[in-house]
Design a binder for this molecule. Structure first.
Ligand SMILES: NC(=O)c1ccc[n+]([C@@H]2O[C@H](COP(=O)([O-])OP(=O)(O)OC[C@H]3O[C@@H](n4cnc5c(N)ncnc54)[C@H](O)[C@@H]3O)[C@@H](O)[C@H]2O)c1
Length: 293
């Protein structure tokens, strides 16, 4: 097997279980030294007192790889900074950030509590921002000091964020936000040698087992080869993209783009908007179905 990540240094968040665990194992198999982060929370984000990150570290080390555990809450700004520092102090730098941690509290919008909204937005959106912010500042400093790294960020969006998903309004908003954040981060950080992409994974995990029929669903490890390649030096020309992975099928997700357009030449009369907009909508591609609709 060609090892794509020999000597590279990675953080994978939420890597104690599920898809994140599979990413950490795959990156280590390709020669990366991995900070395995997990806060050890339940599917709904409540504390469990478990430390699944240590178990994944043990798996990596017993297979001959290098890894250390980290128990940060990724959405805690100071803890996220300390996690980036841990990678730098333990292994001498940071090359790869895989933002994966998160949880769900699925509800129809009209039943969603303020607390559920805040918790799900926080873990996904702030959890991506906090790590990206601190890793990005490190990569900018390295670049300015003449030590630019081949840095890679792989974020985790979701089909729920790209197409929408009934009963997952909060989660869909957070995951759509992650797709938007990916575009901006990619554009801002290209000058520091950083690529930023996102995946929309699919896997049978505790997150999907309660919500869908998972009998034919892909496995967590089906997603990880794409992450390993995006994390490699070979992927330096790929940035600002969202890639859906469903078992053996990988798909480039087309995001928002300008479609059919009309110019009234002056402010529109409200009564004229209807016919004009209906004409444009007739020319535009029909949006894909919201999952579950
Ligand atoms: N399973 C799927 O089909 C699917 C589909 C689309 C997107 N996703 C996304 O993939 C990612 C992984 O999901 P999964 O299915 O493996 O779920 P999972 O529940 O099996 O794993 C998520 C891990 O993240 C950890 N975590 C949660 N909050 C954290 C925090 N604040 N700090 C650090 N760690 C934290 C949990 O302890 C858990 O071990 C999530 O972002 C999820 O939204 C999953």
């Amino acid at each position: 097997m060609a090892r794509l990540l020999e000597g590279r240094i990675a953080i994978v968040t939420g890597a104690g279980r599920g898809i994140g665990r599979a990413h950490a194992l795959e990156l280590a198999r390709h020669g990366a030294k991995v900070v395995v982060n997990d806060f050890g929370v339940s599917l709904a984000g409540e504390g469990t007192g478990e430390s699944p990150a240590s178990q994944v570290v043990d798996e990596i080390v017993s297979a001959g790889g290098q890894a250390v555990a980290n128990a940060a809450d990724v959405a805690d700004f100071a803890q996220a900074e300390a996690m980036v520092r841990q990678a730098i102090e333990t292994y001498g730098g940071l090359d790869i950030l895989v933002n994966n941690a998160g949880f769900v509290r699925d509800r129809m919008l009209v039943n969603t509590s303020e607390e559920e909204w805040d918790a799900v937005i926080r873990v996904h959106l702030k959890g991506h921002f906090a790590t990206l912010r601190h890793a990005g500042a490190y990569w900018r400093a390295e670049s300015k000091a003449g030590r630019q790294r081949e840095a890679r960020v792989i974020n985790t969006s979701s089909g729920a964020g790209l197409q929408g998903s009934i009963g997952q309004g909060t989660y869909s908003a957070a995951k759509a936000g992650i797709a938007g954040l990916t575009l901006v981060a990619a554009a801002e950080m290209v000058r520091y040698g950083v690529t930023v992409n996102a995946i929309a994974p699919v896997a049978k995990t505790r997150m999907t087992e309660g919500a869908f029929d998972t009998s034919a669903m892909a496995l967590p490890e089906d997603n990880s080869p794409v992450v390993a390649w995006l994390a490699s030096e070979d992927a330096r020309d790929v940035t600002g993209r969202v890639i859906e992975i469903d078992g053996p099928q990988i798909t480039v997700e087309n995001g928002w783009a300008h479609g059919p357009s009309a110019d009234a030449g002056a402010r529109w009369e409200a009564a004229e908007v209807g016919p004009a907009l209906r004409k444009l909508l007739g020319e535009a591609p029909v949006p894909e179905n919201v999952y579950g609709a």
